[in-house]
Design a protein around this ligand. Structure first.
Ligand SMILES: Cc1cc2nc3c(=O)[nH]c(=O)nc-3n(C[C@H](O)[C@H](O)[C@H](O)COP(=O)(O)OP(=O)(O)OC[C@H]3O[C@@H](n4cnc5c(N)ncnc54)[C@H](O)[C@@H]3O)c2cc1C
Length: 309
């Protein structure tokens, strides 16, 4: 680190932080070099926060301005400590390199499993952790503190895919899939958005046609997080008979499923967003989510997910 350059950057920042917005007084470079101990420069020196360096050693959490932790229970505090330790020890040292390459850090999946948060607030009877909603939200906060892509990965897997199955799937689907999803042995994604239907997702165009023993899905999805490698794709499509939106579990390897990575993102680069094409993808009756019969049901999951963000 070039400490002279750093001191100068801090000084400029300090000047900006203290500048009186009504003042038109210009500031000279020389005054930046004389700072007192209570300035923001001192704070940054204490944190040893080096500008433009990657966060391989993530700075300690130095303040808790809102002091919300004092309001939390034992479980939430324990989750915060556990996820913070994981993020600082395992995510921070490697994530910048994955960010540069826009790749997902697959070796971290095992560590995610050990964390014991994959099943979120879904019940223990399905191999999940039955955490409080607040604990789950704290886990997201702690992951996001170190890396936004990792918190997004967790949200999409646990609070879109697994939660949809947990809230609206059959007993068989829950028993089969949730234990593996709780340990990240199977990763999920959630395919609602389409190339021309994002904010107005309720107008989606993908179709589901009833055939003997199952359904045939056709359509396109865009921006689907975890979509390039997910084992289970929760797909939303319009039931051709009723005109309502239904949901289906499309499994990796389905010959009608094609996923293509969206390249050249400028943010959340480790999240593997996919364009998805469904071409006469056959899904058996047992892989339709029987509790999802209209867009109102999609919103039930969206509401829970929204609470987590
Ligand atoms: C990193 C990432 C991960 C994602 N993961 C998933 C996922 O896992 N699953 C999934 O299904 N989708 C996912 N999405 C898609 C996301 O949900 C959509 O991008 C979002 O719904 C917006 O849709 P859009 O991109 O088509 O933008 P648009 O709907 O075209 O919106 C573009 C802009 O116009 C504004 N706008 C739109 N309509 C109106 C209106 N009526 N009035 C005023 N302003 C309006 C919007 O606020 C926005 O600023 C992901 C997106 C990103 C970037």
């Amino acid at each position: 680190m070039d400490s002279k350059k750093n001191t100068r950057r801090v000084a400029v920042l300090d000047r900006h932080l203290r500048v009186d917005s009504n003042s038109s007084e210009p500031y000279s470079d020389s005054e930046h070099l004389h700072l007192n101990d209570t300035s923001s420069a001192q704070i940054f020196r204490t944190l040893e926060f080096s500008f433009a360096d990657s966060m391989k050693k993530f700075p300690d959490s130095a303040s808790n301005v809102l002091d919300y932790e004092s309001l939390l229970g034992r479980e939430e505090k324990e989750i915060i400590a556990r996820v913070r330790r994981f993020s600082e020890q395992h995510v921070a040292p490697v994530i910048s390199d994955y960010w540069e390459k826009a790749e997902f850090p697959f070796p971290l999946l095992g560590k995610f499993a050990e964390l014991g948060i994959g099943g979120g607030c879904l019940p223990r009877e399905y191999g999940c952790q039955g955490l409080s909603l607040l604990s789950c939200a704290m886990a997201v906060v702690e992951l996001a503190r170190v890396d936004g892509s990792m918190s997004t990965f967790f949200l999409v897997h646990s609070f879109l895919a697994a939660l949809t199955i947990g809230m609206l799937g059959s007993e068989e689907q829950k028993k089969e899939l949730l234990p593996d999803m709780a340990t990240f042995a199977k990763v999920g994604c959630w395919a609602l958005t389409e190339p021309s239907h994002g904010s107005d997702a309720s107008h989606l165009l993908s179709t589901a046609r009833k055939v003997s023993g199952g359904w045939v899905l056709n359509g396109r999805k865009r921006w689907i997080g975890n979509g390039t490698f997910a084992d289970i794709v929760v797909v939303f499509a319009r039931n051709e008979e009723t005109g309502e939106i239904n949901a289906f579990l499309v499994r990796r390897g389905n010959p009608g499923l094609k996923t293509t990575k969206i390249e050249n993102k400028i943010a959340l680069r480790c999240v593997q967003n996919a364009d998805i094409e469904l071409t006469d993808a056959f899904v058996p009756d047992s892989d339709r989510l029987s509790g999802l019969n209209s867009f109102k049901d999609v919103n039930k999951v969206g509401m829970m997910h929204g609470l987590m963000r």
